[in-house]
Design a protein around this ligand. Sequence first.
Ligand code: NDP
Ligand code: AKG
Length: 520
Amino acid sequence: MLHGKNLIAGDWRTGTGEFRAHDAASGNTIEPSFQEASAKDVADACAAAAEAQRVFGNLPRKDRAAFLRSIADKIDALGSELTERAMSESGLPEARLNGERGRTVGQLRLFAAEVENGAWQALRIDHADPSKTPPKPDLRLRKIPLGPVAVFGASNFPLAFSVAGGDTASALAAGCCVVVKGHPAHPGTSEMVATAIAEAVAECGLPAGVFSLLNGTGYGLGEALVKDPRIAAVGFTGSRAGGLALLEYAAARAVPIPVYAEMSSINPVVLMPARMESAAEELAKAYVGSLSLGAGQFCTNPGIVLAVAGGALERFVAAAADALTQVPAQTMLTSSIHGAYDKGVQTLSQQAGAQLVGEGAEGSGPCGRAVVYTVSAEAFRKNPAFEQEVFGPSSIIVSCASLAELAEILEAMEGQLTTTLHMEPADYPEAAKLLPILEERSGRVIANAWPTGVDVTHAMVHGGPFPATSDGRSTSVGTLAIDRFLRPVSYQDMPEALLPDSLSDESASVLRRIDGTFVV
Ligand SMILES: NC(=O)C1=CN([C@@H]2O[C@H](COP(=O)(O)OP(=O)(O)OC[C@H]3O[C@@H](n4cnc5c(N)ncnc54)[C@H](OP(=O)(O)O)[C@@H]3O)[C@@H](O)[C@H]2O)C=CC1
Ligand SMILES: O=C(O)CCC(=O)C(=O)O
């Protein structure tokens, strides 16, 4: 039974105003009404997080891992009610949401194992050498949690990038307390997941301030959260405008803090000539599948395809047009995201040189209609509008005169989450020339697959240079995401009795770098 309250350090509190969730497909409001968190709620949640931080940040690794596993178990135990609520609030289908739930709990359990492993502490010991001139001190380094983290739930992944999503899982794994600003499109889903986390906090005997959830519909709430002096870092997935606003709030603070914002990306896909010659039709079918997956509401959507003009590209375009006719209209996450999509497509259609390739079925209500345009490289280069992310099932095929022109386009592009090469061995010499550009432009370079779908593993990078993210040195998916919420501390000539256990000479269970050599 949902109650619509905000969770402030274990207390479910009534707020100041009310808002309601909408069923994404019908647009009708759904029960119950949700409370808008007040300025006092923000301050109290942050104060409780700061108070809990020292205890939580110094928890033995096995206890923090047990906490993450307990959250996963309790999300599993929410059963089909969680999926049903998320389906109504997001319009996403059951299979997708069940998959997303699996990803969410799998991610929490992966971070639990990572916490236990301990390698994330980046332990280093440089022993003293008094014979050196000047004498070399004893130095011991470990990474410690940054402090309480503000997490903004994303609209497009109501589970895996929301209340207990990747930002929360990695912040908790790092030992940071978390205050979530829930996305107003799915407050019921958020409340259910927050209940699971609060139960895990209680079951593990942790201070209640380890986790809070604040609901609201205005920018004031997010602004107050980012500006609260007790918040030490921010995790965000959403629009470029939203991410930039949070960066401004963070920079304007008396003590500026890092904001890890994942924002906009159009994920260029390069179709190399030999591969196109042998598989244009197959590639086109897979392309349309990827761009229309989940109504295109992925930041990894293949928004731009680049290829050399000619017969193979003509075959690709024809096959893409054909595949588009099979794409049903799909409910989008919110009416405003649907409105922004329609407006974006209209703007695209009006740009000089944009030619319609084909469209999917037209739906009624807030449905996204898949659409692909083609444009010459010359027209593309003249007009920055073609490079704007249109969030939804749309994409552009850029026809280039040569691979040299294609490379020039890539060189001029903004930072991306992903870049992709479709190729076969005959393409490798030319692909090798493009690779340095792709590495510079993106966080993940993909061979012979499509960018949608991000595996949650140790070697995943879901990041990239601005504007894909606000900090291209980081990833928001995979175990390396923990690093965003840690900072190194070095202890010089510290008596053994005062050193953290992990840095004593005897402690041997964790990978450490001792006098420059890696030792387990
Ligand atoms: N690239 C990507 O991965 C994604 C891109 N988008 C893009 O974002 C558009 C809107 O979708 P949405 O998911 O709501 O993303 P937004 O970026 O608009 O909002 C995400 C969260 O940030 C908050 N927020 C946004 N702007 C500010 C601000 N200036 N100050 C304080 N808080 C702020 C919102 O609060 P509140 O809603 O309460 O006002 C919400 O909680 C989409 O149409 C799409 O273009 C969306 C999802 C993913
Ligand atoms: O493709 C995915 O699995 C994740 C994409 C993502 O981060 C997003 O759409 O916001």
